[in-house]
Design a protein. Structure first.
Length: 160
């Protein structure tokens, strides 16, 4: 199963469209991690039948989308959030507590606009970076998570 996690598009809707255009044939599930919720508005009509999950970020004013959500995919429990409510700019301690209390195998978060792939205590912590405004000096990015019989394979990809 292939999952694409992306975050922080911040009104760069053309980049969201480009992401879907380039990846829709090989992706089973998309997870948006907030801050640019409106950038997804017409994506479901352009790609009917695609599974798209999302959470709201601190810049998604007036959103009715939850701030934290959990899903299961290919036998793995995935917790996803924007991360601002867990203080991810200052470390992962609160996110780790949330992961433990939800028995998560994979935790996806954004907010920092900086890519991260960390495996600790049996849990993957993944920040895809930012599609809109990266802060790590690298091009706009997203995360590709492949759940295979042998485990979980995580890569960061740059939007071409």
């Amino acid at each position: 199963m292939r999952i694409i996690a992306f975050s922080d598009s911040h009104r760069h809707y053309s980049r969201v469209h480009k992401l879907f255009e380039q990846t829709h044939l090989s992706t089973d599930l998309y997870i948006f991690l907030g801050d640019g919720e409106g950038d997804l508005d017409n994506i479901p009509s352009l790609y009917p039948g695609k599974d798209i999950l999302s959470v709201s970020g601190n810049c998604d004013f007036g959103s009715f989308t939850p701030a934290v959500s959990v899903t299961e995919a290919a036998g793995k429990k995935i917790l996803f959030t924007h991360g601002h409510m867990q203080g991810v700019r200052f470390g992962l301690s609160h996110l780790k507590e949330l992961a433990a209390s939800n028995n998560a195998d994979i935790v996806l978060f954004g907010h920092t606009h900086i890519r991260l792939n960390k495996y600790e205590d049996g849990i993957y912590y993944i920040n895809p970076g930012s599609l809109g405004e990266p802060r790590d000096g690298l091009p706009p990015s997203y995360a590709v998570i492949d759940i295979i019989p042998g485990g979980v394979l995580v890569t960061h990809a740059e939007l071409e």
